[in-house]
Design a protein around this ligand. Structure first.
Ligand code: IMP
Ligand code: MG
Length: 188
């Protein structure tokens, strides 16, 4: 892991490499381009975890896109969802009558996206779909399915390609599994 020297000591292994993500992202973008042919789409990046995937994905989508950003929080410093979603930053454009595609890093319990879908749905978009890089189907607490999903992964906490642990590791180019020892460290 030459390019990851700074945090190499914390990484157990690479789960999905940047090359695999790049390839899969192209496939998803092609599918989205096909599904929305002739339509305008507002792509909503959920901050902060989805920004790396978002940037990779939108470059490959051949449609009339508008960007927006929403910042919600359901996790603190730990790895368990609190079950509550706080809206810290809302989107800034009207989505009434628009096709809206939410871009998220991962679907875990499903609470975050289920809450978001309900909220954005009240604003009467023409359509509302979800695209997520990762999915942990075995962790689902509420019924929620991604319309476009990059990879289904087992129940392991992952970081990299936008995903964090305590706001770190987002810049890793691969989706990685952290060493168990990182979670038990109490150094701040
Ligand atoms: P959910 O509401 O439980 O579906 O949680 C979704 C959010 O939890 C994601 O947007 C992530 O920020 C965070 N999350 C869930 N699983 C992981 C993981 O394995 N690594 C990093 N963040 C995660
Ligand atoms: Mg997070």
């Amino acid at each position: 892991m030459g390019e990851m020297k700074r945090v190499e000591k914390d990484i157990d292994r690479i789960l999905i490499s940047s090359a695999e993500i790049e390839q899969r992202t192209k496939e998803i973008a092609a599918q989205i381009t096909k599904d929305y042919e002739g339509e305008e789409v507002v792509v909503v990046s959920i901050l902060r975890g989805s920004v790396v995937f978002f940037a990779e994905l939108v470059k490959q989508i051949d449609l009339d896109l508008r960007f927006d950003f929403m910042y919600v929080s359901s996790y603190g410093a730990g790895t368990e969802s609190s079950g509550e979603v706080r809206i810290i930053k809302d989107i800034t454009q009207s989505i009434k009558g628009k096709n809206v595609l939410i871009i998220e890093d991962i679907i875990d319990s499903g609470r975050t996206l289920s809450n978001l879908k309900e909220l954005l749905g009240t604003r009467n978009p023409k359509s509302l779909k979800i695209c997520a890089l990762l999915d942990k189907p075995t962790r689902r607490v509420v019924a929620l399915e991604g319309d476009y999903v990059g990879f289904s992964i087992p129940d392991e906490f992952v970081v990299g390609f936008g995903l964090d642990y305590d706001e770190r590791y987002r810049n890793l180019p691969h989706v990685c599994v952290l060493k168990k020892s990182v979670f038990s460290k109490q150094d701040n």
